[in-house]
Each structure stands twice: as C-alpha cells, then as structure tokens.
Design a binder for this molecule. Structure first.
Ligand code: ZN
Length: 252
C-alpha cells in the first residue's frame, strides 16, 4: 500500500455510493488526480472541510488499482471570500472547470498549479472578477502551449488590427478584416485587442486598475469562450484517437 503526499486544489467533488465522494484534484506535484474520499459526506467527518470545491489542501493519498484514496487531508485555505458571494463562487467554479477540461491526469505543471491557486485567491477580492478570469484564461492556454496570436493577423501578418479584427478559434488568434471568413469568428474592436494583449503580458495583480468598456469585456468573453471550447474539443478528439489506437493495438 503505497502512500504519497501532495498539495492540491479540489477542482470537483462528485457523490459516490454511501457517504463517499470522488474528488478531482489538481496537485502541484503530480498534476490532475482522481481520488476517492471515504465517508466525507457524513456530518461528523473530519476531512469534510478539506475536500470542498476550490479548497487548497494537503493530501496523503494511497495508491489504488483503479482510483487512489484519500488517507489524510488538511485544509490550508478554503477561500472564504468565494463562499460568501454567489458570483465569485460561479467564477471559481468556472476556473476549476477549465483547468479540469484542458488538462489530463498525471501530467504535472507547477506553473498551472500556481496560476490556479493565485487566481482563486484574487477572485476573493477582485473588483472586476471577469477581467481576472480573462487574464487567467489567456495565461492558462499559453502555459499549455496554445498562446493565442494577438500581435498581427495570423493569416497575412497585417499589424493594423484597429479599429476592428476578428478572433478565430480555429486559427488560434486574430484575423484582419480582409482575411476574416465569417463563420465561428468573434468581432473585436481595437480596445478589445489592446486589453487582451495587456492581460496576456501584464502583472495579474494590476488587473483591477484597468478600465474596460462593457462591449470589450463582452467581446473578450465570447472570443475566449470560443477558443476554450475549440481547445477542449481538440483535446477530446486526440484523447479519442489515442484510445482507439490503444484498442487496435491490444486486439492486434
Ligand atoms: Zn489578414
């Protein structure tokens, strides 16, 4: 029975049989892990606090044949500011869902862990939480190797994207007006392009000082939404491909 310790953020917690829950953790040491926490739905469970969604906890896990199990855990930070406010809780759930959707089990990435933890902390007090989340999305996709191209038109290299460009998820960045094809593209004003560039390169602690129009915030939300959806689908397509190759090989 092999035990190992990790510090992790709880991305998701699903009810199993009895009082057990299956946790999806994002750990600093081992990346994403699925683990069973026995008895944590009982009101008397001492582990209860440390396995709540968004909680940053220390875990001692026992390796299992299918799923690992939680042997011990202790909460480090439960981010109380997220639990007192439904909007902030919604943003935290969204951030957790994106990390879950774009990562695979057992591929550690310390920078992703630090970004996730830092973002949950900032969401407790951020005065413009949607911009904090946009900055998180841009940095997350960059850390995973999908930094969007925002400096010029992906297709022709045209740098004058003001006053208007489009964001194309399938092209991984911006297209100028003449290269835009129309389908699945999100129009972006010059302001939107400028703010996205800033968020990609800027210190996240300074995001609260930005003044951004509602229109630009809306355009960024749509552009990043399209991009994340496209990346998630691409990831599940390649997972599916790997699975079918594996099946082919085992039946060979
Ligand atoms: Zn172009």
């Amino acid at each position: 029975m092999k035990l190992y310790g990790v510090q992790a953020v709880v991305l998701n917690s699903r009810q199993m049989r009895d009082a057990d829950r299956v946790l999806t953790l994002y750990s600093r040491e081992k990346g994403k892990i699925q683990a069973v926490a026995h008895g944590v739905s009982k009101p008397t469970s001492r582990k209860r606090g440390a396995v709540q969604p968004f909680c940053h906890s220390e875990f001692m896990l026992r390796r299992g044949r299918e799923l690992d199990t939680v042997s011990q855990c202790e909460g480090r930070d439960i981010f109380p500011g997220l639990w007192n406010d439904l909007d902030r809780m919604g943003y935290a759930a969204y951030v957790s869902e994106i990390v879950d959707g774009l990562t695979v089990d057992g591929e550690p990435n310390k920078a992703v862990f630090d970004l996730l933890l830092g973002t949950l902390g900032k969401l407790e007090t951020a005065n413009v939480p949607d911009l904090t989340v946009r900055g998180f999305e841009l940095r997350l996709v960059s850390l995973l190797g999908y930094r969007p191209h925002l400096d010029s038109c992906v297709s022709c290299g045209n740098e004058s994207l003001n006053p208007v460009a489009v964001f194309s998820a399938a092209n991984g960045g911006l297209l100028c007006k003449s290269c835009a094809a129309g389908t699945g593209e999100v129009p972006c004003t010059g302001e939107t392009v400028a703010v996205m560039r800033l968020l990609l390169n800027w210190d996240p602690a300074k995001v609260g000082r930005l003044r951004v129009s509602i229109r630009s915030r809306d355009e960024m939300r749509k552009a990043m939404g399209e991009y994340l959806q496209w990346l998630t689908e691409k990831r599940s397509r390649s997972m599916h491909f790997l699975e079918s190759v594996k099946e082919y090989r085992t039946t060979d």
